[in-house]
Design a protein around this ligand. Structure first.
Ligand code: BTN
Length: 327
């Protein structure tokens, strides 16, 4: 259904300045008149401005900032990431869809990306949910087969944070920080989160799903997160193009990912260290699910764990967790 809607929108986009008869659209798409009416209605409800009706014909008024494959594909400079794209107006969660695809598809090309305009069950880290307001955010998941043992899997999440850090800084000019391990902040507020999920054998990651949620054009947030969240629009005072940020990100991520295949983890560790004010000398408190660790950050170890100097000078290496307080 979503693919058909994309086809209809694409047909209207190719005739932006003229009115296309409902008859022609129905014929080109191989559907009935009433289906065209229903689909136009659905596109309108998704926020796309279309003038006219079946008998007068339809005209697209403005090119929408929708993350449609036909708009993304011709502008991709990658050879892996985003070459195979799925786009949904509504989905439960792009990570869940990716997991279903891995479970049921015979073959999934590496770098396949699932994009959604809105999610009804967007998932966050540590069992939380992810606020996924329609059209305002960038919600996507990448499907990867990193040639690495499970112990190195967290590095790809750090790499994703670095890539989004670079893409957003370059495109918006905003100053972006990475809160360990992979929350992207502007000031003290979060605008992007990353959720990675792997399936692994003892010594090899079989499949990896990296889900990314960016608050791009949100104007406000639900009360529960309003004091901690921000969006690129709020921070910059301008509406931001989701498609431009996504394209920048794909390129950035692919470079870092391929660099890892050639040279190993050092590039990721170095870039993360440069991009995050949390890497050294920060007083922080972390919950890792079991322990509460307080101390001063002393960089990442070669596997991407955060080294924390505790009172008394002993170093703890923390692989996952949540920074709950920092100075
Ligand atoms: C976090 O808690 O910080 C991680 C949030 C990750 C949200 C993204 S949105 C796209 C993808 N699909 C999901 O269900 N979650 C991730």
């Amino acid at each position: 259904m979503d693919r058909k809607l994309d086809e209809l929108l694409y047909a209207l986009m190719q005739n932006m300045t003229i009115t296309v008869s409902g008859e022609k659209l129905a014929k080109d798409l191989g559907v009935s008149h009433s289906t065209v009416v229903r689909w136009v209605d659905k596109l309108r409800r998704a926020g796309i401005e279309i003038r006219g009706e079946l008998f007068t014909g339809y005209r697209l008024i403005r090119l929408p900032d929708i993350l449609l494959p036909p708009l993304i594909r011709p502008r991709l400079h990658t050879r892996l990431i985003g070459r195979n794209l799925y786009h949904f107006y509504d989905i439960d969660s792009t990570n869940l869809f990716a997991a279903r695809l891995f479970a049921h598809a015979r073959k999934v090309p590496e770098g396949t990306v699932i994009i959604a305009e809105s999610q009804t069950a967007g998932r966050g880290r540590l069992g939380r949910s992810w606020h996924s307001e329609r059209d305002a955010g960038i919600y996507f998941s990448m499907m990867l087969f990193p040639k690495a043992p499970p112990s190195l899997a967290p590095l790809f999440t750090l790499a994703t944070a670095v890539a989004m850090h670079n893409a957003v800084e370059r495109y918006t000019g905003l100053d972006v920080d990475i809160k360990w391990p992979n929350d992207l902040l502007i000031g003290k507020r979060k605008f992007c989160g990353i959720l990675s999920e792997i399936q692994a054998e003892v010594d090899l990651v079989k499949t990896m799903i990296i889900g990314v949620g960016v608050n791009a054009n949100h104007e406000r947030f639900p009360e529960e997160i309003a004091d901690r969240a921000t969006s690129l629009r709020i921070a910059s005072g301008r509406i931001q193009s989701r498609i431009e940020i996504l394209l920048e990100f794909f390129e950035e991520f692919e470079n870092i990912y391929l660099d890892f295949e050639r040279k190993g983890p050092t590039g990721i560790i170095e870039q993360w260290t440069r991009s995050s004010s949390f890497s050294t000398g920060r007083k922080i408190e972390i919950h890792d699910g079991v322990r509460r660790i307080v101390g001063v950050t002393r960089g990442l170890n070669p596997l991407g764990a955060l080294r924390i100097e505790q009172q008394g000078g002993q170093i703890q290496e923390v692989y996952s967790g949540d920074v709950v307080a920092w100075k």
